[in-house]
Write a protein of this length. Sequence first.
Length: 288
Amino acid sequence: MELFQYPYMQRALIGALVIGLAAPALGIYLVQRRLTLIGDGIGHVALTGVGAGLLLNRSPVLVAVVVATLGAITIELVRARGRTSGDLALALLFYGGIAGGVMLVGLSDATSANLNAYLFGSLTTISPQDLITIAVLGAAILVTMLALRPALFAVCHDEEYARVAGLPVRTLNLLLAVATAVTVTIAMRAVGVLLISALMVVPVATAQQVTRGFRSTMTAAMALGLFAAGAGVWVAATADTAPGASVVLLAIASFLVVALAAAGWRTLRRRSTPTGTPVPEPHEVVLR
């Protein structure tokens, strides 16, 4: 714990905790919409923004926010108009984003170490300015996801019903796209663009093993994300491992432990339940 006496480790811990809360709060909506891979796609687009920032000697994080947001909005509009499928739209994000990022980084004077900091995260290099950006944008994402929970859930669960109910479906879909882009870009310095999607999805998948309501699933996912982020930074500091990888591996380990425990509990309940009495499964219950 002595390492956390240093300011750079304090900034790393705070940044990780903010992202550990915000990412699952957004990720639960992406899981509901079956868009669990969109974080990876937008992460590749964000890499283009990083390359542009390095080439233009501007803040890579801020440029990546702008580029990723524009890319997410474009893809959402294309998807909504039915011009292409969701899978094809994600493929365009993957290939175009990574190609543009590699080309722009190659044109800049950036070293491989600079690029790796954004690909895989570099918590210990977070500056005070970076921390302010992460804290402000992360808090905005968290507040938005909580404040608009009923409307966002309606859109993600049944878009046609939400439209009939008079909700601004297109605006809410665009809001989710922008929120995803912002979350990915502010998490670049923490877990990297190649790993942030895991922090959005894995805590939600873990929470779904033991919860049935949408609110309880969201709360549990945020708690799990907070645990993985905090414990991951501690493991990285004590074992000298990559912080981003440590956070994601702890999140996956939590999923495995909870999934095995839930499976064991269901087996015990089946054995103790009289024959013919149905035992509800967590995944059979619609989240509300």
